[in-house]
Design a protein around this ligand. Structure first.
Ligand SMILES: [Zn+2]
Length: 464
């Protein structure tokens, strides 16, 4: 199958130019001057991309499909979640396999392969959440590198569930520094947060907005600084997940200025939503409960600045959907029981494009933070994250002028609300190719469960 993507503006992390893209089978064959004669390329299919951007498919490095939580699961499984991702121009996800205390990483990985195998519409890889740091786990971390698992997430939050002590974190980092694995960190001081949560509840402060009040930015900033220092002692690279506030950003920016191998991602919810959402009427605020929490509005321009200056390297979603009318209701009368998470895998490409519209970031930077840097960060480049000969034909054709309104009525995630309900935005995904196959075109979905393949990832490619 030969495809010609004709007349578009190819945008990569290094800039944009008018060009045609020749696709042969699952790969990009060449990027050439505009004006290719379809007959000369013997094209089976021609996609007219005039006045459209042609970009590498989005890579969402932080999703939680079918994630176990308190006896229930996040409501998108690998089928519905990857389908929704495709609708939104994301052609690769890296999801998290979650180690339960007392189980091995081996068992955990097998379980997650079982959940995803034959279900995914787009290609996928796994990070591993390590919740039980011990000798056996540390050995397994090394072994899993050979199976394409090159990144491991630890938690400074959630005592009793995922929490790791500073000593455990240091040990895991030492192992990572030997093996080349990347340690990902949920950086919030969970011990201090639990004290604040207990105090709030004992005063009868049970509404969703107390979720934010009990997780102040200083406790994210403190944990971020501590993680950076521990990584420095271990000589290991560090990736801070879902950075939400200026306090943490300042710590990362300083570390990067010092030349430390520290990276961070933020998420659309921290770029577009504020803590006001958690104070909505009735129980509405529960829709916006995620950790770290949404922050006061003055943090938002700081995060955009962080994206411009490369203090923040990546935008991922932390997609973790729970229905408002079901799972979120577990937190009625106790904000600490609200399942943490916001749905977002479908809207990352569109939302971050609003930063281009507003002049916050350039077109090239849009592609870089959504696709090219995640590809390099998670060992997928140049197979993914690039429009060039030899790369997988994971391609999005993007209409920069289309208007759309985000809504639960029209989205494709299996969740009953949108965190961006009624928001009018500019730009829309028109066509999506996943390894050469057109899976979305002009509002028609033609993907298939099982088309997506597991990606065995190499180590982080940004470490020089
Ligand atoms: Zn997460």
């Amino acid at each position: 199958m030969r495809t010609l993507i004709s007349g578009g503006i190819v945008v990569t992390a290094s800039g944009s130019q008018p060009a045609d893209v020749l696709v042969d089978g699952e790969r990009i064959h060449a990027v050439v001057e505009p004006g290719t004669d379809p007959a000369s390329w013997q094209a089976d299919r021609v996609i007219d991309a005039t006045d459209r951007y042609v970009i590498p498919g989005g890579i969402d490095g932080h999703t939680h499909m079918e994630m176990p939580f308190g006896g229930t699961f996040s409501v998108d499984d690998f089928a519905s979640g990857t389908r929704a991702a495709a609708w939104g121009g994301t052609t690769t996800i890296v999801d998290f396999a979650v180690q339960k205390k007392g189980t091995s990483l081996r068992e955990t990985l097998d379980t997650w392969h079982g959940k995803a195998d034959g279900k995914c519409a787009i290609d996928y890889g796994f990070h591993m959440i390590v919740s039980d740091v011990n000798e056996q786990t540390l050995k397994e971390m090394d072994a899993l590198g050979g199976e394409g698992i090159s990144s491991f997430k630890l938690f400074m939050a959630y005592p009793g569930v995922f929490y790791a002590t500073d000593g455990e974190i240091l040990q895991a980092m030492q192992h990572a520094s030997d093996s080349g694995a990347l340690i990902m960190m949920h950086a919030e001081n969970g011990i201090a947060i639990d004290v604040l949560v207990g105090q709030a509840l004992s005063r009868g402060h049970t509404d969703p907005r107390y979720h934010g009040i009990t997780r102040p930015p200083d406790l994210e900033g403190e944990a971020t600084s501590r993680a950076i220092k521990l990584a420095g002692v271990a000589g290991a690279p560090l990736y801070i997940v879902h950075l939400s506030c200026d306090e943490a950003l300042t710590a990362v920016a300083m570390a990067r200025t010092e030349g430390r191998r520290v990276f961070a991602e933020t998420c659309p919810q921290y770029l577009f939503l504020t803590d006001d959402a958690m104070a909505g009427p009735g129980f509405e605020g529960a829709k916006y409960v995620c950790s770290p929490p949404l922050r006061p509005s003055w943090h938002l321009p700081k995060l955009w600045n962080g994206l411009r200056t490369d203090a923040l390297s990546v935008v991922s979603t932390d997609h973790c959907p729970f229905c408002f009318n079901e799972e979120k209701q577990l937190g009625q009368g106790d904000f600490a029981k609200i399942p943490n998470g916001i749905p977002g895998v479908e809207h990352r490409v569109d939302l971050v494009y609003q930063g281009v519209v507003a002049g916050e970031i350039s077109l090239a930077r849009w592609v870089e933070v959504l696709s090219t840097t995640p590809a390099r960060m998670f060992g997928l480049y140049p197979k993914k994250g690039e429009i060039a000969a030899g790369s997988d034909a994971d391609i999005v054709i993007y209409d920069p002028r289309a208007r759309q309104t985000l809504s639960a009525r029209t989205h494709h995630m299996a969740v009953d609300y949108s965190a961006y309900e009624g928001r009018e935005i500019t730009g829309r995904v028109q066509t999506v190719l996943s390894r050469g196959r057109v899976i979305l075109d002009d509002g028609r979905y033609d993907g298939a469960e099982g088309h997506g393949q597991f990606l065995s990832r190499s180590t982080c490619q940004l470490l020089g």
